[in-house]
Write a protein that binds this ligand. Sequence first.
Ligand code: ATP
Length: 354
Amino acid sequence: MSAISYQKVVKNFGAFQALRSLDLALPDRTFLALLGPSGCGKTTALRILAGLEMPSAGKVLIGERDVTRLQPRDRDIAMVFQSYALYPHMTIADNIGYPLWIRNLDSVKRGAKVAEVAKALEIDHLLDRHPRQLSGGQRQRVALARAIVRDPAAFLMDEPLSNLDARLRLSMRGEIKRLCQRLGATTLYVTHDQAEALTMADLIAVMNAGQLQQLATPHEIYERPATRFVATFVGNPPMNILSAAVDESGLHVGGSTVRLDPEQHARCLGAGITEMGIRPEDLRFAEAGSVLTGEIYVIEPMGNETLVDVRLGGERLSVRAQRGFTAAVGSRIGVTFDSTDVCFFDATGSTVVH
Ligand code: ATP
């Protein structure tokens, strides 16, 4: 059963189309990250599910229920916002218990439930305080506690970590993942941060310009991107893209011809390949005069590894080298790769062969 589904959802803001026929189904008890660049329509998709925005066409279902026309409060979902949206004049206990209070749960049961979730999120010592007396990370936990306190059918989270500093973001990332796994909660999590999507999600939906590009596991998104957009959006540094062509003699790239694995070669022939993509970690340095030969442009030691930017005529390659790698800037260097690590794209940007 799909816990959440979007069926041909369109959203127009005047003449601008923010969502262009979005079809997306999220299985029950799954953590799905909606990932894409700023303005691609992620928040609009989430707000439509929450009932904060009406679609121009199409429908949204939670479980078997068509909720397209329901009020937000009747949808049985909980939202966690970037801004936390806590009530400043209420104590933390009252903030967490608020969703139970508006549902008229009696104060004894409410107190017990608030204590239980506060303990689970390790904020039970803060219950008498007010939001202004809490750190950003603590406020985020309160917002999460308020979301889980009443067992909703789904959690919707809109960039919930973006107001935290880098260190806290990392630790909360792990905490939210653990919490969602423990609760077996169906979660739709909006982010533009690929690291959050890759590390937290069971499934990632990559969006661009109001359209779904790919829905797959993080592994699949990284290893078998469906489009050039996904290939270059996910991965840091991004996948290298080079002009390429394939004919009977093999792969033509960077002035060299590379023999392909026969099965791969057969799939590439006649597929209209115009570009190839290769990840920085799948490139190796070799003697000048190997498959690709370029010039070292910049070397960036990162501590645990070294990133090397190589210029090849008008194109550039990012190579992930081991830590301690050194070479003279401007020196010529060879770069090789295994053809089985290459993705091939056609002129429309679709991935033709992985
Ligand atoms: P971000 O990560 O920056 O929040 P997003 O992917 O969540 O981006 P949305 O907020 O869904 O993007 O916005 C998608 C597009 O729709 C944007 O171009 C935005 O300017 C536009 N948009 C969103 N809300 C409105 C509105 N109420 N009126 C007009 N245009 C809107």
